[in-house]
Design a protein. Structure first.
Length: 145
């Protein structure tokens, strides 16, 4: 909660403070499946944002709600190299729009030597309100030092 955390301007340029409240609840689950190195990973989030009536700023700060989910599965392997395909999705309801914003991603992590380094390849598609979906392809490397 942040009193007067957002500011809105009316047609004449007069500024009015809007109280901001953000509430979220999330859950994470990560567990081995069997004895062969397989694992399941799941994450879920529900978030409720209130920046003021019909507030929207740059597709990032908007009054509305978000439901997010992420599900991955580590494929069993005797090797130190592990593969983890995953799927994720978002569904946002934005008060200022007559349509929802939604996105989904599908990708895979490749872990080398446990979790000391990994590569991620992901296709991510976002549809915002009544615009056409836009897709991106990302290759990311991460190394723990």
């Amino acid at each position: 909660m942040h009193p007067n955390g957002a500011v809105s301007a009316d047609g004449s340029g007069a500024l009015t403070g809007e109280d901001v409240s953000i509430f979220g609840i999330d859950a994470f689950y990560d567990a081995p499946v069997g004895d062969n190195g397989a694992a399941i990973t799941a994450y879920a989030l529900a978030q409720f944002n209130d920046y003021g009536k019909n507030y929207t700023l740059g597709r990032t700060y908007e009054t509305g709600s978000l439901i997010h989910g992420h599900l991955g599965y580590v494929i069993p392997s005797e090797s130190k190299t592990k593969f983890q395909p995953y799927f994720q999705f978002d569904n946002r309801q934005i008060d200022a729009l007559n349509d929802a914003a939604s996105s989904f991603g599908i990708g895979a992590n490749v872990y080398f030597s446990g979790h000391n380094s990994k590569l991620t390849l992901e296709y991510f598609s976002t549809k915002y309100a009544n615009t056409d979906a836009v897709g991106t392809l990302t290759l990311q490397a991460m190394i723990y030092i």
